[in-house]
Design a protein around this ligand. Structure first.
Ligand code: NAP
Length: 276
């Protein structure tokens, strides 16, 4: 009997904007793996039924994205501690025993991107500032705490959302009022934008940036455009800047490896494939 061709994909709604299909297909082609990666637009009320059916068609796993990243935790049979702490999953493995295993690789992707874009960055170098307190901020904070960052200033337009993060992640988080955000930049070795500010079609970054100092590392999760206004100002101030596309590439590495049995390279070809 010939084995089924392994299939993976990404489930969200809408899904046409996703860069993951071209990235995974690039890796499949590069490594000569017979398989495919398919974008699937699935409504919330169909999600559980679709997920139970996919393994029967040869799917070995899928990525999940907006709006399913949180609700998937209730559908999955096994959830990693990391995904539970973050409160969301982005990667599912369909196990041979029929169980759906959910993990979150966003934090891994964030730190790997940071380490490769700013190799001189050290977790112990000083406090980090995280702008925003949404789903992406939770993954970023979990990974920074894990990496050993001593203190994280979190600031968000809606303060109560940041306070919830402090409840969940503990004493190394200090909540700062959104109107004070500009004042903490000077003392931060790392500044991370996890809000959607600066993205094409969204409002521009409003935090005053004159506190940015030479040598700090500044990274933006927004990658459309690749060079956001925040990164442009940081570059002019002499900061080390890291764009957000690499996070998308790196978060895909553990998923591809688990589904297709090969650890893929994040290189200029993978980057170009995602941008295609
Ligand atoms: P989310 O849960 O909806 O959170 C959005 C965040 O942006 C919240 O902190 C929100 O503040 C803030 N925000 C939105 N509009 C604002 C405004 N006008 N003024 C001030 N703050 C505003 O979204 P998410 O999943 O965390 O994603 C956030 C961003 O990260 C998106 O741009 C997403 O594309 C990007 N992202 C990138 C990657 C990557 O691989 N590079 C991965 C994940 C996410 P409030 O709480 O006050 O609403």
């Amino acid at each position: 009997m010939v084995d089924k061709i392994p299939l993976a994909g990404v489930i969200g709604s809408p899904i046409s904007h996703s860069k993951s299909p071209q990235l995974h297909r690039h890796w499949l082609k590069t490594y000569g793996i017979a398989g495919d990666y398919i974008p699937m637009d699935v409504a919330a009320h169909d999600l559980a039924e679709v997920l139970r059916a996919l393994p029967k068609a040869g799917f070995v796993g899928v990525n999940v994205t907006i709006p399913h990243k949180e609700t998937i935790l209730e559908i999955a049979d096994l959830v990693t501690d990391r995904a539970t702490l973050i409160g969301a999953a982005n990667t599912l493995i369909f196990r041979k025993d029929g169980k759906i295993h959910a993990d979150n690789t966003d934090g891994y992707g964030f730190v790997e991107n940071l380490r490769s874009g700013a190799p001189e960055w050290r977790a112990g170098a000083g406090p980090a500032t995280v702008l925003g307190a949404g789903g992406a901020a939770r993954a970023v904070i979990a990974s920074l705490l894990d990496a050993g960052v001593p203190e994280i200033f979190v600031t968000n337009r809606t303060r109560v959302r940041a306070e919830k993060l402090a409840d969940d992640f503990g004493k190394r988080l200090t909540i700062v009022d959104w109107v004070q955000a500009g004042n903490i930049l000077e003392d931060s070795a790392l500044i991370v934008n996890t809000t959607s500010l600066g993205m094409i079609g969204k409002p521009s970054m409003r935090v005053p940036l004159d506190g940015l100092r030479r040598g700090s590392v500044v990274t933006d999760l927004v990658y459309t455009p690749l060079k956001t206004d925040l990164l442009a100002v940081a570059e002019d101030a002499g900061c080390v800047t890291v764009d957000g596309l690499g996070m998308l590439l790196h978060q895909a590495v553990p998923a591809f490896e688990r589904w297709f049995g090969k650890r893929p390279e994040v290189d200029s070809h993978a980057r170009a494939a995602a941008l295609r």
